[in-house]
Ligand binder design. Structure first.
Ligand code: DC
Length: 227
């Protein structure tokens, strides 16, 4: 059976990774969280006190960064490793979330991450989520989704998720962070968040996870059949 590339872009916290994981599992594809790469780079910069407004320092720091995705047998997903350290959970901290959009707007950071993302798609059979996957990383992907949901719903979902890890987080903090990231991600100069012309718009404000998966799965099986 021929394999395709599926891209899922959209606003922060509208369930991109949930759908991407389910789709990948149903199709036997690899799931790659491209946002995790920007988060891992941000974590490295924070830990090593890299001044990311200095392009020279960014370029040399990137040479010391090795990002890999390692298969996790218990979840059947790939966990991100930064220089061989498992960082799948620590990159979700608010400290990283506060800075990641700034770091992801840097040209050399994007060139570095996009090159690796494109290599991972060489064999197809991949579902990748992010902000520029259907526009910049895989403009020729066979199937593209662009996800959105009402801001209040997105804030509630992210708040519940963050609260489990950090009981002190407030809903205002979560809302401010989402709005700030959406603003930076959609207005930056390089590869801003936008819907690819050939993407399918998926507003899941009123959609159950099951219905959403069924819809996306139907589209994917149609595409695969057409090959
Ligand atoms: O998907 P996420 O929330 O984990 O992504 C974290 C940040 O990384 C997000 O605010 C914007 C950036 N990002 C990006 O610029 N391009 C991508 N393809 C994925 C994420």
């Amino acid at each position: 059976m021929k394999k395709i590339i599926i891209t899922i872009d959209g606003w922060s916290s509208c369930g991109k990774s949930t759908l991407a994981k389910q789709l990948a599992k149903s199709l036997g594809y690899i799931y790659i969280d491209s946002g995790a790469m920007y988060r891992a780079i941000t974590l490295y910069f924070l830990r090593n006190h890299i001044d990311w407004t200095d392009n020279y320092l960014v370029q040399s720091a990137l040479q010391n960064i090795h990002i890999s995705f390692v298969h996790n047998a218990s979840t059947q997903l790939s966990d991100i490793h930064l220089n061989n350290e498992h960082v799948e959970y620590v990159i979700r901290d608010m400290v990283v979330a506060e800075k990641v959009s700034e770091v992801a707007a840097i040209e050399s950071v994007r060139t570095f991450a996009v090159a690796q993302q494109q290599r991972m798609g060489n064999e197809k059979g991949i579902v990748m989520d992010g902000r520029d996957i259907g526009t910049t990383v895989f403009p020729n992907a066979e199937l593209k989704f662009f996800m959105t949901a009402d801001i209040s719903i997105r804030v509630d979902r992210r708040y519940i998720e963050m609260k489990q890890k950090n009981p002190h987080v407030s809903i205002e903090e979560v809302r401010d962070n989402l709005q700030m990231r959406d603003e930076i991600d959609s207005t930056r100069k390089i590869s801003p968040l936008r819907m690819a012309e050939d993407a399918i718009l998926l507003d899941n404000s009123q959609l159950s996870m099951e219905d959403q998966l069924q819809f996306a799965l139907n589209m994917a099986t149609e595409k695969i059949k057409q090959l």
